[in-house]
Design a protein. Sequence first.
Lengths: 265, 248
Amino acid sequence: MSVTTAPKLAAVAVSGLTKTYPGPRGPVVALRDVTFAVGGGEFVALIGPSGCGKTTLLHILAGLLAPTGGEVSVPPRRPGRPPTAVVFQGISTLPWFTVRQNVEYGLRLQGVPRRERHERAEAHIGQVGLLAFADAYPFQLSEGMRQRVSIARALATDPEILLMDEPFANLDEQNRLLLQEELLRIWQESRKTVLFVTHSLDEAIRLADRVLVLSASPGRILTEVRVPFDRPRDFRAIREDPQYGRLSASLWDLLRAEVLKGRLP
Amino acid sequence: MRNSRWLALFSPLALLLLWEAGSRLRFLDPRFIPPPSVILASLADLTRSGELPYHVLVSVRRIITGFLLGAVPAVGAGLAMGLSRQVRALLMPIVAAIYPIPKIAIYPLIIFYLGIGEASKVSIVALSIFFLVLLNTMAGVIGLDRAYFNIARAYGAGPLGTFATVAFPGALPAIFTGLKLGMGFALIVIVGAELLGSDAGIGFLIWRSYQIFAVDVMFAGLLVTALLGWLATAALDWLEHRALPWRP
C-alpha cells in the first residue's frame, strides 16, 4: 500500500502489487500480485496483450495512480532530480508549447533557473536532432518528431528511471525502427534505467536486456526472458541471428495463449 | 475564388445603387427612407460637429469596461468549474438558472439599484457576457484530453502549475469563442440599454433621432453600430490569432 525507497541494487522493486478499479458491476481487477524488479541501468521491456494493465502499472510507477495493494519502490527523490520521467503514448506533447518549451517543461516545474533550464533543454533537443525545430509548435511536426520531443523532455529532467508507455505505437514500421535505433543510441550515452511498455515482441527483443511478459487481464508476470544480444546493438545483425527467431517464436507462443484468453467474453 | 470575391462585393453595391436611385426618383419616400448619399452626408455632419464621436466613445467605453469586468471573473470561474467536479456541482445550478434570462429584462432592476448612470450600463454588459464566457471556458477545460493533465502530473505539476500550464492555455481557444459570442451580445445589450434609459451613447442617439423624426440620423446610427460590431470582431480575431500561434 505504500511507495518506499528501493534497496541499493534494484532501481525499481514491485512486490505483490494489486490494482482494482471500481466498476459498474463490482470492482475490476486490473493487476493481480505483480512482482518484479529492475536493476540500476537496466533496460527492461514489459509486454502483454492489450488491456492487460501495462499502462496501469506504468502509471502507478509514475505516481499518477495509487496502488490498491502491495509495495512499489522507486529511488528516493533527490533535490532537483525526479525519480521518474514518463514518455507517453499518443498525445505526449503539450500543443500550446513550442518544442523548446515542451522540453523545458519538467525543469520549469522543478524550479530550475531559466538559464540552466535553457542550456539543458538545448542539449537534449540537439541530442534528438531537433535543433532546427526548437521554436516550432507540435502541430508543425510529424508524429515521430513529437515523440522525440517527448523523449528529450523526459531525459532533460535527468530522472533515475525512464518510464516509456508504448512511445512508438502510433508510428509506421519504418519510422519506428529509426526511432528505436535513436533511442538506443541516446540510452547508450546515459545508461538510464528504463522500463519500456510495448505490445510489440520485436520491439521488446531489439531494445531490452530483459523482457517481462504480462498475462491477460488481470495482469500478473507470467515469465521473464533475458535477451542475449550484446550492446551496442546492430539491428541488422540481430535480425539475421537465429537466436532472434527462436526468442521471438517462444515469446509469441506465450503471448498467443494470453491474447486468446483475453478475447474470451 | 477571385470571381466569388467580386460577386460578394457586387450585391451590396447594387443594393445601395438601387436604393439611391429609388429614393431620388421618388419610388421610395425620402422622408422615410432617405437615400444613402443623404445618410452619408449627415454622418459626415455628425462627425464634424463632434456629436457622433462623443456618443460612440461613450458606448465603446461602456462596452470595454463591461467586457473586462465580465470576462475576467468569468474565465476564473469557468476554469475552476472545469477543473473541479465539486465546484461545478456547487455553482452549475445557479449558472443554469440565470443564464437563460434575457439580460435586458434585468435592466430595469439594475437601474433601480444602480441608477441611470454609467454603473448600470457597464453592469448589464458585464452580466450579459459573463455567462457566455464562463460556460465556454468550462467546456474548454472539460473537453481537454486527460493526457495533458497526465503529462503535467507526471512532471510534478501542482494545482497551480496544472492551472497555468494546461487548463488555461488549453481552454484558450474556447475562451475566445466565448469572448466573440459575448461581443455580439454586448453590442445588442448596450444599444438596447441606451435606448431604454440613457443620456448618451449610440442607442441614445438613435432613440433621440426617432423622437425628433431625424430618419437619416437613425440610419447613420445603425451604420455606425454595424461598423462597431465589425471592428470589434476584427480586433478579437486579431487578438486570437496572436494569442494562439500553436493552432494549425
